[in-house]
Write a protein that binds this ligand. Sequence first.
Ligand SMILES: [Zn+2]
Ligand SMILES: [Zn+2]
Length: 176
Amino acid sequence: MIIRVSEIPEEGLYLDIKDERREFEYSGINLKLSKPFSGFMTVKRASAKRVIIEGSVKVSLILICSRCLSEFEFEICETFKDEFFPVEDFNYTEKELSKSELDMLFYCKDEIDLSSVYLEKVYLSIPMKPLCKDDCKGICPLCGKNLNEGLCGCDRKSLDPRWAALLDIKEKLIKG
Ligand SMILES: [Zn+2]
Ligand SMILES: [Zn+2]
């Protein structure tokens, strides 16, 4: 979905996000989708070369829980509003970057890849440590069983003393 800035009509563009990909790569990470992207975007020119892109995107990703390591579906629904400037016109030496300028986005050679706009939003809203549910019990460090599916019967107290000390602290914290 690449548009040419010089071809954006005066009244702007309204586009539905029609993106059938089932996976995408961002920052070297490969992400799988359980439901495809949907949503819309409007593309307007604020001046000859300044472009404002607004919209809303929805998608479901398949993430891996950071505690129990099982896959789960994670729905993302994000709205966005970005302003783009031609990188060719930007002069870094002209003046110090102000805070608002640090948030500026750039395009080059008259082209903006619209899919990169929502791919970035989706990527940024993925949690650092995804959890399949808030109270995920994780896996047993001894047998590897997913403790959400029930107890395993391991005596986790007879672990490596360093582990045991940690579990002790955790139990005290839980009991208050
Ligand atoms: Zn989990
Ligand atoms: Zn176990």
